[in-house]
Design a protein around this ligand. Structure first.
Ligand code: GRF
Length: 206
C-alpha cells in the first residue's frame, strides 16, 4: 500500500528544545506521520538547534536585531518556511510573539504549547504564576495560535495535580513531562486530519 503523505512540520524554538525532542522522537518511533523539515531559532545558542542537528534536521538562525520590525522578521520566517514547503508551524518554547504576517501565511496551521491550563495564566512563567496562585491543578495546553497572547482555540490539555511537597521547579518538571505527551499527540491528530475548528472550539474526530 502506498504510504500517506507526511505532514511537513517546522519547529520554532528559543531554548532547550525538549518539546522539539519529543516531536523528533515521536516521528522516529513512527508514531507521528510527519516530516520535520526545518528548525528555526531567534537565539544562536538555543540547545534546540543542537538537538535538530543531531537528528539531521536543517536549522536556521534569524536574529531579531537584523530586522527593522517584528513583521519584517516574520516575513523572512515565512520565506524560509515556504521555501522548505512547510505546512504546519509548531512553536515550542519560542519566546517571540508572532505577527499576522506569519499567521496569514499559515492560517490555522500555527500551534503552540503553553505550560498552564489556559485561559488561566497566559504569558511568561506560567507554571510559577499557577504555583504562587495556589491552584490545586496545574497543567499544559496545546492550542492554535491567533493574534492574542496564548489565546487561540484549544486543541488538547493535560492536568497536573499540585502536590503539597511541590515547589515551582518540581511542578514545572511534571508539567513538562505532560507537554512532551500532548504536543506530539496534537500534531498527530492534525496530521491525520482529525482536528476541526468550529468557532472557538476544536472538535476531534474519533
Ligand atoms: C515549555 O514549558 C513550553 O511550554 C514553554 O517553554 C518551555 C520550553 O521548553 N513555552 P522546551 O524548550 O521545549 O524544553
Amino acid at each position: 500500500m502506498a504510504q500517506a503523505e507526511k505532514l511537513k512540520i517546522a519547529v520554532l524554538a528559543s531554548g532547550s528544545g525538549s518539546n522539539l525532542q519529543a516531536i523528533i522522537d515521536e516521528i522516529a518511533a513512527g508514531l507521528l506521520p510527519a516530516e520535520l523539515c526545518l528548525v528555526i531559532s531567534d537565539k544562536p545558542d538555543a540547545y534546540a538547534l543542537q538537538r535538530a542537528q543531531k537528528a539531521n534536521v536543517p536549522t536556521k538562525i534569524l536574529l531579531p536585531q537584523d530586522f527593522a520590525s517584528r513583521a519584517d522578521y516574520d516575513a523572512q520566517l515565512v520565506q524560509l518556511l515556504q521555501a522548505a514547503k512547510v505546512e504546519v508551524v509548531a512553536l515550542a518554547g519560542y519566546m517571540r510573539l508572532v505577527t499576522p504576517t506569519l499567521l496569514n501565511a499559515f492560517p490555522q496551521r500555527v500551534l503552540n504549547i503553553h505550560p498552564a491550563l489556559l485561559p488561566s495564566f497566559p504569558g511568561l512563567h506560567a507554571q510559577r504564576q499557577a504555583f504562587e496562585y495556589g491552584v490545586k491543578v496545574a497543567g499544559c495546553t496545546v492550542h492554535f495560535v491567533d493574534e492574542g497572547m496564548d489565546s487561540g482555540p484549544i486543541i488538547l490539555q493535560a492536568p497536573v495535580p499540585v502536590l503539597d511537597t511541590d515547589d515551582a521547579d518540581s511542578l514545572t518538571a511534571r508539567i513538562l513531562e505532560q507537554e512532551h505527551i500532548i504536543y506530539p499527540l496534537a500534531l498527530r491528530l492534525l496530521a491525520e486530519g482529525k482536528l476541526h475548528i468550529v468557532g472557538r472550539r476544536v472538535q476531534i474526530d474519533d
